[in-house]
Write a protein that binds this ligand. Structure first.
Ligand code: NAD
Length: 341
């Protein structure tokens, strides 16, 4: 098994899960950008079945060597620039890694796959982790399905949409056995505190103001990272090549509700009478440009493979708050431009 972006939030959870599940070899290919965190895979780093390859997915020759050296049967492609706010400030890295990097990985995977013996060719899968954000905003209700039209609104979503189209074309044109997955917003341990949930936990724990975009009524459908990882593994095993699978737990919440839940959990788990109720730390700030109002999806295709999410949002969030209280992430996060929080 080979995981790109295996030092990131979701990739590291996948790497840990694959090693724990007894995979014979797990290769982690990661450039270690500001978002890559070796601590997130430290628990498996000494395992002889685990190997780390520091490489950029835009570097075709490096990918060619890695594929030839490790001969994976499955590739999970998670390497990406992933923060929407950062894509608004500085989109170039998003186009480079998400579009060009995916193109390079497809090109090298196809060369590698074509040269495999027929049984290995038959078994090979490349699972491309995409997002529900490629479908745009659900202002009028309903849920995304596999055939929802693409309507990306942020540079991040557009770069992911571009990569999805390349993945589809490599299947239709060259027969490469690829599968595209679209997950909703993830939460859980090891997420960088530039994303909503860990950011709010850090601010609220310290009694700092909690900046909430716009009116806070934007809706996201939350899934625990371990449930996403279980879905990716299930799809790699049982999904149909050329298929598209939607992954979500059906846990829709407004951003403001999520922030309030975090405040209440911290008031309970780390009470600080000097702060008063942490909900009072909420500050509404100018909305993010192009901010999608609502995402939600129908995960029936993935459920039909035998997968189901195991954690309810309220339980998973409690566990996640506890985790961030117990762990200090020693990461330098590059600052954002003046328009972003
Ligand atoms: P992340 O930002 O936490 O991690 C990304 C990882 O990719 C990092 O380890 C980084 O070092 C690595 N990386 C970046 N550029 C690279 C390059 N050029 N070459 C090699 N490695 C590189 O992201 P995440 O939240 O773990 O997301 C993983 C994947 O899942 C992404 O493709 C993202 O679009 C997708 N996704 C994320 C979510 C979510 O809620 N986080 C939801 C749906 C889909």
């Amino acid at each position: 098994m080979l995981v790109t972006g295996g030092a990131g939030f979701i990739g590291s959870a996948l790497v840990r899960a694959l090693v724990a599940a007894g995979a014979s070899r797990v290769i982690n290919v990661d450039k270690l950008t500001y978002a890559g965190n070796p601590d997130a895979v430290a628990s498996v780093a000494g395992d002889p079945r685990y190997q780390f390859e520091r490489a950029d997915v835009c570097d075709g020759p490096a990918l060619r060597q890695i594929l030839a050296r490790h001969r994976p049967a499955t590739i999970f492609h998670l390497a990406a620039e992933s923060h929407v706010d950062r894509s608004i400030d500085a989109p170039a890295d998003f186009v480079m890694t998400n579009v060009v990097g995916t193109f390079r990985l497809l090109e090298e995977s196809q060369i590698y796959w074509t040269a495999l013996a027929s049984a290995e060719r038959e078994a090979f899968r490349l699972v491309h982790a995409s997002t529900d954000e490629v479908f745009g905003s659900l202002d009028t209700g309903g849920r995304f399905i596999e055939h929802s039209p693409y309507a990306p609104n942020s540079p991040y979503a557009a770069s992911k949409a571009g990569s999805d189209h390349l993945v589809r074309a490599w299947h239709r044109t060259y027969g490469l056995p690829v599968i595209v997955t679209h997950s909703t917003n993830n939460y859980g341990p090891w997420q960088l505190p530039e994303k909503l949930i860990p950011l709010m936990i850090h601010h609220a724990a310290a009694g700092r103001p909690l900046p909430v975009y716009g009116d806070g009524r934007h809706v996201r459908d939350w899934i625990h990272v371990d449930d996403h990882v279980a879905a990716l593994r299930c799809i790699a095993d049982r999904g149909v090549p050329g298929g598209r699978y939607l992954i979500g737990a059906g846990e829709e919440r407004t951003n403001l509700d999520v922030v309030h839940m975090i405040c209440d959990l911290l008031d309970e788990l780390r009470p600080d009478p000097s702060l008063g109720l942490r909900r009072e730390l909420v500050r509404f700030v100018a909305d993010r440009p192009g901010h999608d109002r609502r995402y939600a999806l129908d995960a029936a295709s993935t459920r039909a493979l035998g997968w189901a999410p195991q954690r309810r949002f309220d339980e998973g969030l409690r566990e996640t708050v506890r985790w961030y209280l117990a762990h200090r992430l020693n990461r330098q996060i590059p600052s954002l431009g003046p328009t972003m929080m």
